[in-house]
Write a protein that binds this ligand. Structure first.
Ligand code: SF4
Length: 519
């Protein structure tokens, strides 16, 4: 079929490695747009986010009905609540696909591969249930399917094919960078998620029980040149905020002995090349952050990891977070789910990151702080798990360490993970500990998060470069474009999309009441 007009609907993505909920634009829209334009630069692409569709469904439906193909990007596998946008719901997905029944439709994104995640504590809706709604369910890499489909035919293209290298993806990323111009957050707080590799080096031991990343098999790295060229293209289109976030562990980028060791040693020389290269092509960037760091990498390769962390701090922008998938401080749970580090090892890693990253930078925030992810409902969990986890968090607080954010969530059981085999046990644990979970969460918010936030932005701090983003009752919400931005609430309704500086007045567990100040 001749393809001249394409519509991309971004229902948003959130995976263990990779975020695509506004203000973030994920990798999928850029890869998909790039694959079309690689084949034919004259293809007209209209890109819509699901929030834009909710605001004006007629424009979207008309545009889709006038197109030759509609690509749906769907899959928030890591559940969360977002200030910047609301991911597509299953009902919306059904409704929109039925409205566009006559059109050729592709489903891509994590939902095509792992089912439609419905949030922590739930079993994902199998992608098989979505099969009747779409002509093609692409559970491989979308750029390969689309490019092959255009060159040969979509009937013959293989929806399961995964990239073995980044040759095609690099070209698609570069060309597809132009799609950012159509993103509603473009021109103010848009952050572009950059991919550096795929797969988890721990695939050789099976990886964590709940995680989809090791299922990709051997790790495939993207070249420094490929990444830097993409950043340059984005920068030339006006992007100023970047997160080098689409990988399970930035310290493992091109790590020595990947595929041989479960925790390969960081490669500081290559990381220097990467971050220096990015700074070189994007000299006026405002945000350069990272995301996940595997605590096991740091614990097992202390010296090289410290070097690598220092390189990141040299080139990034302050307010950065190394999100550590600690998942549990209960040794039994660590063992039963093949997690990365034992509790005291995790504590040591938090101390190391604090040592390197706690000095404050130009925007008022510490350079680089650890974040902690804790997951509940994992195999081996008992009532004692809650007690132990709290004790460790308290220990961190009492030691005077800083942790930017503690992310507590219930595990989402996804297809193709080892946990899927135990989904009934998980569901039982989640039900059994439901009350305990709620109480624990509130206790952590009150007794840990709140004092921690006070420590990170004490009274008198001037926090710079925040965007007024939304309203919440009598407050205006302002945040930095960042990896895990602190939510500042300012009394009154300020004009949105403005850049401001603030100083804290009062602390809640997940937000800070603040007032605007002159720089
Ligand atoms: S270390 Fe565990 S959670 Fe992190 S990517 Fe690997 S398997 Fe997933």
């Amino acid at each position: 079929m001749g393809i001249h007009r394409v519509v991309i609907l971004d229902g948003y993505t959130d995976e263990p490695a990779g975020l695509g909920v506004p203000p973030y634009i994920g990798t999928y829209p850029r890869l998909i747009a790039g694959a079309f334009w690689l084949y034919d630069k004259s293809i007209k692409i209209n890109y819509y986010t699901i929030d834009e569709v909710r605001r004006d469904i007629d424009t979207f439906v008309n545009s889709a009905l006038n197109s030759d193909l509609v690509v749906f990007i769907v899959g928030t596998e890591v559940p969360g609540r977002y200030i910047g946008g609301k991911p597509i719901t299953l009902e919306e997905l059904f409704r929109l696909s039925i409205l566009l029944e006559a059109k050729k439709k592709i489903l891509t994104g994590p939902a095509a591969r792992y089912g439609f995640g419905r949030g922590g504590g739930f079993v994902a809706v199998s992608y098989k249930r979505l099969m009747n709604l779409f002509d093609y369910i692409v559970y491989g890499d979308p750029e390969i399917f689309i490019y092959e489909g255009l060159k040969n035919s979509f009937e013959r293209a293989e929806p399961w094919r995964l990239r073995r290298n980044y040759d095609l993806a690099d070209r698609a990323f570069k060309l597809g960078s132009k799609i950012v111009l159509q993103h509603p957050n473009y021109g103010w707080n848009l952050i572009v998620e950059i991919e550096t590799f795929r797969g988890c080096p721990r695939y050789i031991t099976g990886g964590c029980s709940f995680c989809i990343e090791p299922r990709y098999g051997a790790v495939v790295y993207r070249s420094v040149k490929g990444i830097v060229d993409e950043v340059e293209a984005l920068y030339n289109w006006g992007v100023r905020h970047f997160r080098i976030g689409k990988q399970p562990d930035i310290l493992a980028y091109m790590a020595v002995d990947t595929g041989k060791k479960e925790f390969p040693s960081p490669n500081p020389e290559i990381l220097e090349k990467l971050f220096h290269g990015i700074r070189n092509v994007a000299p006026e960037l405002k945000v350069l952050h990272i995301d996940n760091v595997n605590p096991g990498t740091i614990y097992h390769n202390r010296e090289e990891s410290i070097k690598a962390l220092k390189i990141i701090v040299k080139h990034h922008t302050p307010g950065d977070v190394a999100a550590l998938g600690i998942e549990s401080f209960d040794e039994k749970v660590v063992k039963a789910n093949n997690l990365k580090v034992y509790p005291d090892e995790a504590l040591e890693v938090i101390r190391i990151i604090n040592k390197v990253g706690s000095p404050r930078g130009w925007n008022g925030l510490p350079e680089l702080l650890p974040g902690i992810n804790l997951v509940y409902g994992l195999l081996g969990e008992t009532k004692n798990t809650y007690k132990t986890n709290f004790e460790y968090l308290k220990k961190i607080l009492d030691e005077g360490l800083m942790v930017r954010r503690i992310n507590i969530r219930k595990v989402a059981t996804l297809e193709n993970t080892p946990l899927w085999m135990h989904r009934d046990t998980v569901a039982h644990l989640i039900r059994k500990h439901d009350r305990l979970y709620k109480v624990h969460r509130l206790r952590v918010m009150d007794e840990i998060d709140k004092p921690m936030l006070k420590r990170i932005v004490p009274r008198g701090t001037v926090v710079k470069y925040l965007f007024t983003e939304a309203y919440d009752g009598i407050y205006t919400i302002a945040r930095q474009p960042a990896s895990y931005p602190i939510v500042f609430k300012i009394r009154g309704r300020m004009e949105l999309k403005r850049i401001i500086s603030v100083t804290p007045i009062r602390y809640h567990s997940k937000s800070v009441i603040a007032k605007p100040v002159e720089d």
